[in-house]
Design a binder for this molecule. Sequence first.
Ligand SMILES: [Zn+2]
Length: 410
Amino acid sequence: MRFSLLSSLLILLLLLVALPAAAAGVEMTGLRFWSNPGYTRVVLALSGTAEYTANFLPGNERNGVNPRLYVDIAATLAATVPETTEVGDGLLRRIRAGRPDAKTVRVVLDLNSFKDYKVLPLADPFRIVIDIAGNRPAELSSVKPELRAPSAGTKDSIARILENVPEDRPLKVHIPPKAAQNGLRRIVVDAGHGGKDPGAIGPSGIQEKDVTLAVARTLARHLEEDLGCEVVLTRNSDVFLPLEERTAIANKVGADLFISIHANASTNHSAYGTETYYLNFAKNDKAAAVVARENGTSLKQVSDLELILFDLMANSKINESSRLAAEIQKSLIDRLRRHYSDTRDLGVKQGPFYVLLGATMPSVLVETAFISHKREEALLIDQKYHERTAAAITQGVRNYATALKMIAAR
Ligand SMILES: [Zn+2]
């Protein structure tokens, strides 16, 4: 559609009216952090979309001045946000929140060590994610993550998740004394979407969040029984879980693999098939569309994210992830084809998925089938299909682990 001068003016007028009104109401409502091996993640929660700038001040070792990172946000500060949050994890000393003027919140990160940092916005609810990468002193990095106590007044988000897990199938997050070298001990299975985020919705009203939870639970059982692994589910009920918390859980429990389960969707209702993704640049428009949908972002934001990813990728396990994705995809197609002649191999693809972002272990996202396709929607609510899909993914994990000698060949 071509815009006329009049409609352009109208939009400009709307923007002028809407923007200051929106900015005036935005409040920073909280901050959270996770200490992970190799990086620390800080999340600033806001009540709405806000403009922000990030600035880095290099330290001066001779004068004993530590490096600092500060983010200025056009917002007000909730009284519940503490002025100072002590972190002391070897990378990040503490977080300070203040108001240099009535219209600005300034969050200062006092750093110990520093290699690289990333600041990126996430939508719905709007929040600002800050990842600080660096070299943690050896004695600190050997401390188990759950032993690094969150500072007073800050509710550790993992603890919060664990509290909300229903009784019927509690999350198991006990860490064995020491994981075997190269062993496959612990796998995090992530059921996509949940709570207020239904994911994609099928023609007869089936919601992706219910399908992913059912498949994830079945997969957890297969991985435990067939491979003897410990499995941690990121969610085990119909709860909303921000994307960054999902990989944070995987990093926190020291998972060896991260598998996110989803169901695909397309505006083209004849589209169907099975595909597996790993974190990388979106190579084509269709992949970018899947990425945008799973991230809850627009296509424009996806390309912004690609720039941020360029550096982050250097630290992720791209090769292992692509190998894991290939094994899972191959096994899915081989096994499902035995029972469903219409199984279509859409192959292994790449995309900048938020949910895989920051994972320090090989991680993949499986789009089991198209919920927007009538026949596949029916499959996605069929327990037999869940069992077969779970068995196939488990076989893919086994093949991956056997090839890398993570487990003995059987
Ligand atoms: Zn999804």
